[in-house]
Design a protein around this ligand. Structure first.
Ligand code: UD1
Ligand code: MG
Length: 455
């Protein structure tokens, strides 16, 4: 079998995006469009991935760090045929070449694998789609027997040809040997003065090749992005597909139109996800996890049976089974909560390891801290972990009870079973089973006259 090489065209300006960012770096589902295309090329086992860049070339390269990519510079954008020609020196003669576009991000690996699979000396694979409104696209010309004979660009098409609804997606697969023969022979005498890649279809036919036509399962797979309206349409299509996948795998979604997955979300069964939840990066949800409305969850593992209440923000955390989080909790990176823990409203945690059954229920900051089992942290407790220069640890051992409105000035250790009186500022270690109270003693002054109001 011949090796598969992918050429991705990404040199165009994308002026209709009205953006300083090169078009192919605009994101769908939290990732630049070009990265989606590169991922798909990897998925189908490309032996080489050659990306043709021009406008914003340095920016595109810098945003795409990977050592399995070949970058090809097209200094002047003289047409799609000219763009592919720039990659020819990098393509082995025996390769099957699949041409993709940096601004067509959501073609599935299955569609492309099938298309590339047909390529040999006698066969070229062409991906077409039939559109209600074919305006702007190259039209597919077929002979009386239904065989494809050529593609004609909209600007070169006759009125009769413009009535054709089957259009060129731009995506095709052909042997490198043929490209090396045909691309140098392209002419730019057409309405746009460009070297059209599409002209190789007629060349292939005249050389007796068979044009094997495939169509994608859904037109959105081959939808390109020229402006931000199309970008938003693709985003919604992507998200709807993700929602369908999640429901198929056992999640109940309060509204499949109000969930956003910008990364990799894996789930167990019997998951509940309420409206307006955003997932970013790698997120794993165990079975029976329930997520309330308006949560943002990034790079986090949530074990079975945990409940995340409304408006919680969770980033870089591990949440144990049957834990209860929020509403309005913020778990920051390095938070590791064991089973049956509770982190309640207006609590922020960071680099906090919390043992089984421990509770931080209200209005607290717990950072750079290790809590044992069954620790109770009262409302308004703050770990003072930072002296302006360095960070220090707070340790609360098993069964510690911290009264409300306590400051724990790190480094500090409160040993097992100790109690902290409410309103304390704890600066020294507390031994096991001790009570520590560190606050001004209350004085009651009898018959105290309030100051009179000034005239
Ligand atoms: C092209 C096809 C058309 C097809 C349509 C699908 C040709 C001649 N026409 O038209 O049949 O229906 O796509 O969207 O191929 N690019 C470069 N270098 C260049 C020119 C283009 O990298 O010199 C890149 C662009 O960045 C873009 C892609 O190739 O991503 C397509 O170019 P574009 O000018 O948009 O082609 P269309 O006129 O849309
Ligand atoms: Mg285009």
């Amino acid at each position: 079998m011949s090796p598969l090489h992918v050429v991705i065209l990404a040199a165009g300006q994308g002026s209709r995006m009205k953006s300083a960012l090169p078009k192919v770096l605009h994101s769908v589902a939290g990732r630049p469009m070009l990265h989606h295309v590169i991922d798909t090329a990897r998925q189908i086992g490309a032996a080489g991935i050659h990306t043709v860049i021009g406008h914003g070339a340095d920016h595109v390269r810098a945003a795409t760090p990977a050592n399995d990519l070949d970058w090809v510079l097209q200094e002047q954008q003289l047409g799609t045929g000219h763009a592919v020609a720039q990659a020819l020196p990098q393509l082995p003669d025996n390769a099957a070449v699949l041409v993709l576009y940096g601004d067509v991000p959501l073609t599935t690996a299955d569609t492309l694998r099938d298309l590339a699979g047909v390529v040999d000396q006698d066969t070229l694979g062409l991906l077409t789609v039939t559109l209600d409104n074919p305006d702007g696209y190259g039209r597919i010309l077929r002979d009386a027997a239904g065989k494809v004979t050529a593609i004609v660009e909209q600007k070169d098409a006759s009125e009769a040809q413009k009535q054709i609804h089957e259009v060129n997606t731009g995506i095709l697969a052909v042997s490198a040997g043929h490209l090396k023969e045909w691309l140098p022979a392209l002419s730019n005498s057409n309405a746009q003065g460009e070297y059209y890649l599409t002209d190789i279809i007629a060349m292939a036919v005249s050389h007796g090749l068979d044009i094997s036509v495939a169509q994608p399962g859904d037109a959105f797979e081959v939808q390109g992005v020229n402006n931000r309206i199309q970008l938003a349409q693709l985003e919604r299509w992507f998200q709807r597909r993700e929602a369908d996948r999640l429901m198929t795998e056992g999640a109940t979604l309060a509204d499949p139109a109000r969930i956003d997955v910008r990364g990799e979300l894996t789930i167990g069964s019997d998951i509940l996800i309420d409206v307006n939840v955003v997932f970013e990066g790698r997120v794993e949800l165990g079975s029976r996890v329930s997520i309330g409305p308006n949560c943002v969850i990034r790079d986090t593992r949530i074990a079975e049976g945990a409940v995340i209440h409304a408006n919680s923000v969770i980033d870089g955390a591990e949440v144990g089974s049957d834990a209860q989080i929020g509403p309005f909790a913020r778990l920051r990176p390095g938070t590791r909560l064991a089973a049956n823990t509770k982190v309640g409203n207006f609590v922020e945690t960071k680099k906090a390891v919390v043992g089984e059954g421990s509770k931080i229920n209200h209005l607290s900051y717990v950072g750079d801290a290790t809590l044992g089992r069954d620790v109770n942290v009262g409302a308004g407790t703050i770990t003072c972990n930072y002296d302006g220069v360095n960070k220090f640890q707070t340790v609360l051992e098993d069964g510690v009870f911290v009264g409300s409105n306590t400051s724990l000035v790190a480094p500090v250790t409160v040993a097992a079973g100790a109690t902290i009186g409410a309103g304390s500022t704890i600066t020294r270690d507390v031994a096991a089973e001790e009570l520590a109270v560190a606050r001004g003693r209350q004085r009651n002054i009898p018959d105290w006259p309030r100051p009179p109001k000034a005239e």
